[in-house]
Every structure is written in structure tokens, then in C-alpha cells.
Design a protein. Structure first.
Ligand code: MV4
Length: 604
């Protein structure tokens, strides 16, 4: 087994991996960006190394900097988590060349599954059922018309070959919509993956997203841990996941489990991976393989009792899996809600900010995987998912009740999160009946049920002001990019800001915590507060302006689309009225807090 592992990630997944390492007796090494100096994952690790400035392209995505941190820390292996470099074959090859073990599959398996057309071809050859369509690129629209006419038929899904997770995915219901779909998918493929090639699939009208967890070792063992249902998505972002899938019985589970292990074996897979597929009328079709540990792995852990992250580390160290297929038993039901810093009532706009008071739920059957705590800053620069709330109970109905109880216990002050959204969704009839939720989120009927957020406490609640004078003070210092915690014994410094402004480590310990000033002018229930100004919740580029100056808008109407972090964010009117000012144009850059529009109420 390894003695030291570097975790090339941040947030909740970095903490999750560190927990597994600690249980295996492995020392942990964190890496961090300048924005993450005080992040939970950094404090948690045994050692930490600075990578660079905030943008991931200057920190978490820089292969050379990561390899340098591995050498300096003398870690033997790197765990990539999900996102960032987790599915980057070039990273895995670079580690291989440097003699560092990658906790994950071989580069060849990542590459094989990275190209969706290649994956479809390989799977078809291995006898794995794929969604009917092409296994080769469709170069021109004329070619597309011909294949559709000859074999696939309408409606058709046009997907980018470099895609996955819904990026570069368009649907053409009939021939008149084909050109738009074809060009849209190609454009998105070029933008996100520098690959404009597309392929075609029959569009399944109302499938369930069912994925199978697999584990494989280097001794030829490939097993599956049952399935997860991730049908509740918004624009291809999963929001709620559960295991087992409500519509999968033992017979179907054995069938899709066999499909999944055969798919993994076909690419000589090792480690933890997921076969994503669509289930329609009892038929299962391979969609793609995710060659990493996924966000939603926790629900499988809850119903199987198997620690997927630990198994992945064991396999990377050359050990055999600790369980065989016969020993995998599903028990009860587990649900996961993603706790994102997003405002569901504003079209899921990112809602970065600084957390005030913070209390995680507890009690029987409740698990929280988080990467934040009181005072944590949620930057618009990274993934908005700050935590996952996972519950287990004996069946789906009781797990739902337990989740609602846990959501009500979760207190995250000063930050808009999806907690009210989850609370509303889990009380709908559609959730109760385990419907596919196809239109549930888009039709916004759940909006009516959104609970009003608790009113903010008045500022200046005196935290720390009367704290006794400490005689022992901890600081964090960085020496040549390596992080050290130091203890200074003596009278406290006169003001914060000593040591180049480093914040006292463990500031829970009595000293005043530096809290960001509470935002004023945002009173009441938080739905815009009655002001006319619609401010940008994020930094980005205006892609589209959907209203004109002088126009009347309804509350919730689309005002503009802002691209940030390669995501398109719809910004909607916070109130009904007339667009009095509109100081934005397509292509313009906007900063967080900039005025996008001024909407004056009718009659003003
Ligand atoms: C599909 C599909 C229908 N037909 N492919 C792709 C990425 C993943 N986020 C879902 N994707 C879909 N691919 C074909 N050929 C429908 C979806 C889909 C979906 C499927 C199940 C449950 C919810 C879904 C939400 C959006 C899209």
C-alpha cells in the first residue's frame, strides 16, 4: 500500500479522498490555488502545496505544477477525483513517465472512452447494446440526411464526438430542424473539445438515466455494485441521484450489470468507473463510460456498504478488490441531493458568496460530504457544488422523509443554495411516483412551493468581540509554496494583517473571524428585495440580450445569457416592470455586481 498520496483536486471530493486515505493509513498531500489558501481541503491534509493563481488553468489544470508538487512531497501516487485532470489521458501518460502511480484506469482506457464514437464502435464489437445510430463521424449534413432516412429515422439526437455529459447534444424532431441541430452540436464540440465532429443516435423520447458502478482490479476481477438513477437533471446537470433505481428489479439489475462489466473489460479497465446508459421500456442502451469516481458514488456506497474510493486506491496499489460479485448485496435505499451555491428561483444562476454560520445535519442514516465550513468563500471561479447530502433508509419513501428532515436541519447562512429547491421537488407527486421528471424542472411548477429563506440575522452579532486575549496564536505561512502551520506564543498582534495578511488558522479558537461584510440592500425574502436594479450574479461575457430598453417584462423572463466558466447562465428578471435601463450588449464583459438592467415597476 502507498504511504503518501497527492490529491489533485479541491472541495468536497478532495476531503472525501483524504478520509479514505486516512482510514488506509496513507499520508495526504493537498494542492491549492491562491483562492483556496484557507479552504477546508488544505487544512485537512498532512501537507499542502501552492499551485498558482485562482484560475484552474493556472493551478489545478497545470500538469507540470502537479508533478512538481508530487516530487517535492515524495508522494507515490496521485488521486485526481472528478473534473479537472481526472479524464485527461495526457496527464496519466505524464505521470507514468515520471514513475508516479495514477489512481484510476490506464491512459488507453481513458482514451478509448473519451471519443464517444470510438467507444460506441468498441462497445458494439464487444456485444454491448448501444443506442441505434452511427459509430462513425457524420461529416456533412447530406450524409446525416441519408443515414437518418436509411436507418435511424426521426427524432434524432446529434451529439459531439468529443462530448459527454450532454455537452454538444442537440435534438432534431424532424428534417426541418436537422441543420440547426447539426450545426449547434458541431459548434459546441469545437468550442469545448476542439473537435467539431458529430455522430447520430435515435432520440429516445422519455428514457431514464441509469448508470452502473463498476470496480476492476489488475488481477482480472471486474464487478458491479448495482445501479443509480440520475434522471433528475437540469440541462444535463444531475441534481438528485438515488440507488437502487426505482424501476430496476433483480433480473434487470443482473442484465445491466453484465453489460457494464463487459463494457469495462472490453477496454481493460481498472479502478472505479461508471457505465452510463438509457433505460427505455425495459431496454438498456450504453451511452458513455465515465472513467473516474463520480459525484454520486455515495448512494452506491450507502446501499452496498462498499467504500468505492478505498477500493480504487487498493486497486491502484496492485491489490485485488476486497470483495467478489457474490458478496455485493444491496440493502435499503439511498438518495443524494447536490447542495449547489445556486439560486433555483433565478434559473439556477450561480450564487457565490461567503458562508456565515454553518451547521450540517446529522442523526441516523445521514451523510454529508462537504468541502466547506463557517466562513468559507464560494468563488464563482469553481464548481458551485459545495456539498452533498446523502441519506439512507430501508425504502424509498422513508429515505425521502429522512432527506426532507435532513434538508431542514441544514443551515448555511448568507449563501443561496439548492436546499429549498430539493425540499420542493421531494414533495412533488412526480418524485413520489418516480416519474422521469422530464418536464418537472422546466415547467417550474415546483417554484410555487419554494420555501422562503430565513431572514438574515442583523449584522454585528458580536462574534469574537469579547473573546479573551489568547496567549497562543496559530498562523499559516507559505514557504516557497509549501504550507506550514505555525504557533506563536505571546501577546496577540494588534490587528489582523500581520504576516502578510495571512488569516489566523483555526480562527474558531477565539479570535475574531474576518467575515465579509453582509450585503445590505437585499432585505426580506431575498427575491430581488424590491430594488429595480438587476445585478450580475457572476463575472462573464454577455452572449445574448433577450430584452429591449422600454420593453415590458414579467418576473422570471429571460433578460440575458452570460457565459462564465464555459457555462451559459440565463439571467431572468427579478421583478415585473419596464426595462428602464439596459447597459449591456452582446460580447461585453460583466463583473459580479454590475448592473445588467434596471426594471421599473409599472406606474412609476
Ligand atoms: C439521450 C436522450 C435521448 N436519446 N440520447 C445525454 C447526456 C445525459 N445528460 C442525458 N442525455 C440524454 N441522451 C438519446 N439518444 C436523452 C438524454 C437526456 C436525459 C436522459 C434521461 C434522463 C434525463 C435526461 C435529461 C436530458 C437528456
Amino acid at each position: 500500500m502507498f504511504s503518501k498520496v497527492l490529491i489533485a483536486n479541491r472541495g468536497e471530493i478532495a476531503v472525501r479522498i483524504m478520509r479514505a486515505c486516512e482510514e488506509l493509513g496513507i499520508a495526504t498531500v493537498a494542492v491549492y490555488s491562491e483562492l483556496d489558501r484557507d479552504a477546508v481541503h488544505v487544512k485537512r491534509a498532512d501537507e499542502a502545496y501552492l499551485l498558482g493563481p485562482g484560475p484552474a488553468t493556472e493551478s489545478y489544470l497545470v500538469i507540470d505544477k502537479l508533478i512538481d508538487a508530487v516530487h517535492r512531497s515524495e508522494a507515490e501516487a496521485v488521486h485526481p477525483g472528478y473534473g479537472f485532470l481526472a479524464e485527461n489521458a495526457a496527464f496519466v501518460s505524464a505521470l507514468e513517465q515520471a514513475g508516479i502511480t495514477f489512481v484510476g484506469p490506464p491512459a488507453s482506457a481513458i482514451e478509448a472512452m473519451g471519443s464517444k464514437t470510438r467507444a460506441r464502435e468498441l462497445m458494439a464489437k464487444a456485444g454491448v447494446p448501444i443506442v441505434p445510430g452511427t459509430t462513425e463521424h457524420v461529416v456533412t449534413i447530406e450524409d446525416a440526411r441519408k443515414v437518418i432516412a436509411d436507418t435511424i429515422g426521426y427524432p434524432v439526437a446529434v451529439k459531439a464526438a468529443g462530448g459527454g455529459g450532454g455537452k454538444g447534444f442537440r435534438v432534431a424532431l424532424d428534417e426541418s430542424k436537422l441543420e440547426e441541430a447539426f450545426e449547434g452540436a458541431a459548434r459546441e464540440g469545437e468550442k469545448f473539445f476542439s473537435d467539431s465532429t458529430v455522430y447520430l443516435e435515435r432520440y429516445l423520447p422519455d428514457p431514464r438515466h441509469v448508470e452502473v458502478q463498476v470496480l476492476a482490479d489488475t488481477h482480472g476481477n471486474v464487478i458491479h455494485l448495482g445501479e443509480r438513477d440520475c434522471s433528475l437533471q437540469r440541462r444535463h446537470q444531475k441534481l438528485i441521484e438515488e440507488s437502487p433505481a426505482p424501476v430496476v428489479d433483480d433480473e434487470l439489475r443482473a442484465r445491466i450489470g453484465k453489460i457494464a462489466t463487459e463494457a469495462a473489460a472490453a477496454v481493460s479497465y481498472t479502478g472505479a468507473g461508471t457505465i452510463e446508459g438509457l433505460l427505455q421500456d425495459g431496454e438498456y442502451f450504453f451511452l458513455e463510460m465515465n472513467t473516474r469516481v463520480q459525484v454520486e458514488h455515495c448512494v452506491t456506497e450507502m446501499v452496498t456498504g462498499i467504500d468505492i474510493v478505498k477500493e480504487g486506491i487498493r486497486v491502484a496499489a496492485g491489490e485485488p478488490l476486497s470483495i467478489s460479485q457474490d458478496e455485493v448485496v444491496l440493502r435499503g435505499h439511498s438518495i443524494e441531493c447536490r447542495i449547489n451555491a445556486e439560486d433555483a428561483s433565478k434559473n439556477f444562476a450561480p450564487a457565490p458568496g461567503t458562508i456565515g454560520a454553518y451547521t450540517e445535519p446529522g442523526g441516523p442514516g445521514v451523510r454529508v460530504d462537504s468541502g466547506v465550513g463557517p466562513g468559507s468563500e464560494i468563488s464563482p471561479m469553481y464548481d458551485p457544488m459545495v456539498a452533498k447530502l446523502i441519506v439512507w433508509d430501508v425504502d424509498r419513501e422513508q429515505a425521502t422523509a429522512r432527506m426532507l428532515r435532513a434538508l431542514s436541519e441544514y443551515e448555511i447562512e448568507n449563501l443561496k443554495t439548492l436546499i429549498p429547491f430539493h425540499t420542493a421537488i421531494l414533495q412533488t407527486r412526480q418524485w413520489h411516483d418516480a416519474e422521469t421528471c422530464r418536464d418537472l424542472i422546466e415547467d417550474r411548477s415546483w417554484l410555487k412551493q419554494l420555501a422562503f429563506p430565513k431572514a438574515e440575522k442583523p449584522a454585528g452579532d458580536g462574534d469574537g468581540e469579547t473573546a479573551p486575549e489568547p496567549v497562543e496564536q496559530s498562523y499559516t505561512v507559505e514557504v516557497s509554496g509549501k504550507r506550514f502551520d505555525v504557533k506563536v506564543i505571546g501577546p496577540p498582534p494588534a490587528a489582523a494583517g500581520a504576516f502578510n495578511g495571512a488569516a489566523p488558522a483555526g480562527s474558531e479558537g477565539g479570535m475574531a473571524t474576518r467575515r465579509a461584510p453582509r450585503r445590505s440592500g437585499r432585505s426580506g425574502a431575498g427575491s430581488g428585495g424590491g430594488g429595480d436594479t438587476l445585478s450580475s450574479p457572476l463575472q462573464g461575457t454577455v452572449l445574448k440580450v433577450a430584452v429591449e430598453k422600454g420593453a415590458a417584462v414579467e418576473e422570471g423572463a429571460l433578460v440575458c445569457v452570460i457565459e462564465a466558466m464555459k457555462m451559459e447562465n440565463e439571467i431572468t428578471a427579478h421583478k415585473a416592470g419596464t426595462v428602464a435601463e439596459l447597459p449591456i450588449a452582446v460580447g461585453a464583459s460583466v463583473a459580479t455586481g454590475d448592473t445588467l438592467a434596471v426594471i421599473s415597476s409599472a406606474g412609476e
